[in-house]
Each structure stands twice: as C-alpha cells, then as structure tokens.
Design a protein around this ligand. Sequence first.
Ligand code: GLU
Length: 513
Amino acid sequence: MDREVRVRFAPSPTGPLHIGGVRTALYNYLFARHNGGKMLLRIEDTDSNRFVPGAEDYIIESLKWLGIKIDEGVGHGGENGPYRQSERRDIYRKYVKQLLDADRAYIAFDTPEELEAARAATPNFQYDASTRGSMRNSLTMPADEVKRLIDSGEKYVVRFKIEPGRAVVVDDLLRGKVTIKSDILDDKVLYKSADDLPTYHLANIVDDHLMGISHVIRGEEWLPSAPLHVLLYEAFGWTDTMPHFVHLPLLLKPDGKGKLSKRDGDRLGFPVFPLEWHDPQSGNISTGYRESGYLPEAVINFLALLGWNPGDDTEIMSIDELIEKFSFEHCSRAGAKFAYEKGKWFNHHYLQELDDAKLAEMFKPVLREHGVNPDDFSDEYITKVVGMVKGRINFVKDLWDQAAFFFSAPTTYDPKAIKKRWSAETPAIMNELIDQLQALPDFSSAASEQPILDWINANGYHMGNVMNAFRLAVVGECKGPHMFDITELLGRDETISRIRTAIDRIKSDEPTV
Ligand code: GLU
C-alpha cells in the first residue's frame, strides 16, 4: 500500500441503517484495520428533505454495538472535522467557486417548470452539452444579467459542465477498469442556492479529498455516480490523490433474485436493521438484530461472509481473525443471498462460547418475563441450568422453552407421552421409584443413576417406559437433558414431590406395560 489507508463510512441520516449498510461499514473497518489504517464516520446530511431525526444517533449506536470502531468522525472527533456535512457549508462554497472560476461549472436558473417543459419538448432530454445552450444559464445569458438575478435573490443551481466525447475510466478494485462515455452523463447539479448546500456529489468528493481518503468502499448502487466523481477529481486537479474505488455487490433476497428489502424481513421473519427502530414519522417499530437476541459477534461473522471468504471454508471467525484475513482478493462481484438461517447458526455458536454465568445473567430478564423471580434461585443454580440446556438454543429466549421446568413444576403433562408411557401399572412403579429415591445415600447424578437402573432391571420393568414415565412426571414431557442431571439439580425433595403430583394427576386408561 503506497499511502496511508484511510476509509470512511458515509451514511446519510435518512432512516435506520440497513443491514447492507452495516456490511459496507464492516468491510471498511476490516480493510482499514487489516492495513493499519483509519476509519472515519462522516454524516452526509446535505439533503435536508430526507433528513430523519434520530437517524444519526442510531447509526452511531449501531456501530458501537457491533464493535465497529471509529477513529475519526461524528461523535468521535478528529482533526479533519467537522464531519457532518451540513456544518461544512463554507468549505463547499469555496470549492464551488473554484469550479465556476475555472469554467468547469456554471450557474443555471431554470425553474422546475422550465425543466419540465424541456423534457416534454425533447424526447430523452438530458441537461448536457447538447442542450445547455438553449437553457437559462450563465453560458447563455449575459454576465450582468446573471449577476442581477443572483443579487435579486433568484434561486439558482450550479451545474457541472461535462465535456462530451471523453472516455471516463473508473478503476474499481473488485471490477477492474470500467469505462463509460462522458456523453451519457448529464450536467449534474453540484450546489443549490435555495438551501446553500452542495449536493451529494460535490460534498462527497471534496470531503474525500480533504479527509485524505485512500479507498472509497461503498455499495454497488453508487457505481453509476463514480464516473462523475472521477471527472470531479480531474476538474479540481486532484487525480494524483484520487481514492481507489470498491463497489460492493448487493445483498440479495434469501429466496430469489433482487435486492434484499425490509419487506423480505417482514415476510420471512428476520430483522434487516441492526437495532430496533422507532420511526419518528409513522410511529412504526421495526425489529433489530440486538433486540431479537443476536450477539454482535454473530452478526459480524455472518455479515462478513456475505460477499467475502477467507480463501478457504473457515466460517467461524472472531473480529480479530476477520481483520487478519480480510482482503478484496476474496470478495465476490456477484450479489450475496441473505441466508438469514445461517445467521441463527452463528448465533448458536457464539452463545455456546459464552461463559455459563454470563448466559445466566442474560437469562434473568427472560425468567422475569415469564413470571419467575430469578432472585428465588441461586446464581449457581441458574448457571447450572443454562449449562445443561444451552446446546439446544439459538437465542437466549429459547432457554425458557428448554428450561422452564427447572423453575416451576409441571402443571400439565404431554398427552401423547401419557398415552405411550403411562399405563395402569405406572403409579405403583412410580411409588416404588419414590422409595428407591428416598433410599439413595447420595442423590448426585453420578451416584444415583446406577442404583435406579439396577432396580428397574432387577424387577424386570421396561426400561424405556419407566424412565420416560419418570421424566414425564418431573419435566411434564419426554424431553430435556440427562434425567439424573435434572434430578440432581432439582434435589431429592422436589423430584419426589413432582412424582407424587404426577401420580395424583395423570390418569391413564390404557395399560401398556
Ligand atoms: N451518503 C451516501 C450513502 O448514503 C454515501 C455513498 C458513498 O459512500 O459515497 O450511502
């Protein structure tokens, strides 16, 4: 790398950050860290019509939650600020003037109605070299008239004067050299006097230059703007420090072609936003990965592999490993299907890696939601429960389905299991089992299992039926971890009391033993 790597994530605060935007931020971050460079956060808020309150804070919080660390930018400070474009008006004005003075841009007064009329009169009308001569602008009007209109407060825009007949080359690290003819470009608006703000194109280029950006890594939807950006660098005389471009492929729908949308998430039941979003206008709430129970490590690992691989089939990678392995060499140019089920798989994995005590803490709010006061149980107890059942969960909330019986005795019993495992003889056998359990000198799993199995065998009972009836009585259904691990944790009194309750409550009509 011949120059210091400096990348930027440059979202517009027009709503919650979409998961595709998160991936863009992640690839910027991985690339910067891999190369010992810096990552900037710039807020591109020059389109005041699309500004959404709260969106900026949402972006900052999302990146923080995910562990994408910003070195410079909004909310983080730095020497190249301000990093919010709406606070950089003076800077942009100066560069707009530079282009006007160099005759690379011009002032245009055409009203929306006049533009509409031009579009109606000329098929495929484009404001460019072929049409600008017949429009109301500083190229067709006398200088004193232009000045008079500006002084009188007439609204105007500044347009970039695209030179026709040029081959414009965008050198993209993923796509190679993409060449287009300048004739297809229109004279893009760079500045609007109405709000004294530049448009995205000008602000983006000026800031990338002033902030020393070495690589522009962004979504593929910005590829069509890149030729214009190249021409702007040229017009400013900045070609030597023009950043490298990387246009990342789209995230596609999980079940078909086309771009991933919020509707896909609603339809198939997965979040498309990192955090829950409360829309200030509609009041609608959209779910987020955080609130849906995903760990940030899982989201990072999952997103990293949507469009990149480490060169082999390694899937589980921490953020440090991702940083170490990341390069554009193994980035795909094709869109990546948003295989959200895989996201659950990653979450399962990262939940297993958590310390049981930590997982127990995360489980406490879930217990409360289900009417269980976690303070009624020791931390050691909850930690042991979690350790026993965590292998079966994708989300912390799933712990409840797996472990509810550890916190309250069953009140109902699975009818199918009753039918299969609870015969007319079962109550008598369960009473004998109670005696056996009472008599055990040591109630631990290791010490209690063999004597109970021996008792079943010695009496010629059906192992499966007895053990499953035992389980049904204690758990309420025929599922759960190893039976004697359960009883060890519940303790002798609770185990026996549950068997007694079951004998009382379960009525069988068909003998099966
Ligand atoms: N403000 C643009 C966005 O919202 C930035 C595009 C770019 O990175 O150049 O994504």
